[in-house]
Design a protein around this ligand. Sequence first.
Ligand code: CLF
Ligand code: SF4
Length: 293
Amino acid sequence: VAPVIPADLAGITAKHPCYSVEAHRKFARMHLPVAPVCNISCNYCNRKYDCVNESRPGVTSEVLTPETSLAKFIRVKQEIPHLSVVGIAGPGDALANWKVVKRSIELIKDQAADTIFCLSTNGLLLPRYGRDIIALGIKHVTVTVNCLEPAIGAKIYHHIYYQGRYYAGEKAAERLLHNQLEGIKLLTDHGILVKINIVMIKDINDGHIPEVVKKVKSLGALMTNIMPLIPAPGSVFQNFPQTSRREVDVMRDLCQTDLFQMRHCQQCRADAIGLLTEDRSHQFRNPRPEPAP
Ligand code: CLF
Ligand code: SF4
């Protein structure tokens, strides 16, 4: 099953290295690590690392402001002309840091209107900010949906902070899952191309993933990206087994009869830069100050 891209978004999506297999060898993406705060607590996350919903456990990225984001974008664009996408994927949640994320996007858009912007989120605040995302002209959004049932969610999420309140256990999962599904529908109803990331965790959600895929398909999602759990040291799941490549492939094969499966994800860092297959973020970190005259 191939993803069905509406004609008006086919051109830009053909240049998006995550949404298009062909594009990932030709076009680069740049992540802006402008989102340090997170509003939920996933059991596979260790806050010393970037958001695991979209990254492999690594050393936390530097955090940028809107102004330093613009300066970094200009530097990267000069060095990497085939840069097509600016994405926000942490180190926390894009929507839990919405003001900074929005300002960063606006500043870059003013300089380079042809940039494709892309967001990754846990989805808790999608009902609140979905309309702002649409108004900002963002067409590509990734939501991590690991399950549909609060009983399973309570094993994956420790707690959430929502509208000034702390929720734990099934109550937390129920609110999160509800907002994720409502948010996905809001976005797809407005033509946003929604990709769903799913972290495959053995004996927790693995048997349930085909149902998740069917559900997000019914809400209009374009594709799912089933990713292996990589147990992060210091996380609740640190001693869980890493999901093998083979197990993930078997699940993707099973689910592809329903929905297109992304198979080239590199689980990149929140400050990744370059082609998906060659991260050049180290080249652009902490620029050396100009030598004194
Ligand atoms: Fe970044 Fe994510 Fe946008 Fe891509 S990454 S915000 S959709 S521009 Fe891509 Fe990296 Fe996999 Fe993400 S390979 S972790 S899927
Ligand atoms: Fe960590 Fe990302 Fe989950 Fe937040 S959404 S707790 S940053 S994995």
